[in-house]
Design a protein around this ligand. Sequence first.
Ligand code: 5GP
Length: 189
Amino acid sequence: MRNGNLFVISGPSGAGKGTLVARLLQEVPDAWLSVSATTRSPREGEVDGVNYYFVEKERFMQMAEAGELLEWAEYSGNCYGTPRASVTEHMGLGKQVILEIDVQGAFQVRDMIPEAHLVFIEPPSIEELERRLRGRGTEDEKTIQKRMDAAKTELARKEEYDYCLVNDDLELAVKALVSYVDEQANNTK
Ligand code: 5GP
């Protein structure tokens, strides 16, 4: 059994983080994905407790004030946060814990847990990012504009990450991400 590690995966919405993380979970048997709490409404097909814990703002703020969240941030008008207890538990069980969270959350995690590995997933270009966001067809125009603005803010901080990966060719990106996680996990004493 390997020791537990914490991996934070960020990148603009539409960079393909979700697909990459799903493949990572298939290919790294001891990887475990944390389920965040959010105040945003579920998209079609999203399941409470699987994709997110969908909660009201009041409940979210109670969790934050009670210290139940390892980090939390407001992104594009909604709140998102990582439940602390399940992350601690899975790290103790020797899991490679994966957080798929935004840039603000990533740096909060680094402040608290300096040994966390921060990975940034970059789209091939800003134009491609917009095309992917529109192609998804799940967001209205105002939301797309907000997410494009957020993307530019996020891209500006990619240099601060431990590892930056361009998601151009999916298979190559999966390979690179799996190698990075395995390398870091195998090097942990
Ligand atoms: P979406 O609404 O597309 O599911 O997520 C929007 C953004 O929130 C994404 O960048 C996603 O990674 C981020 N996010 C999801 N969960 C968390 C969380 O627990 N904390 C933070 N800080 N960001 C999160």
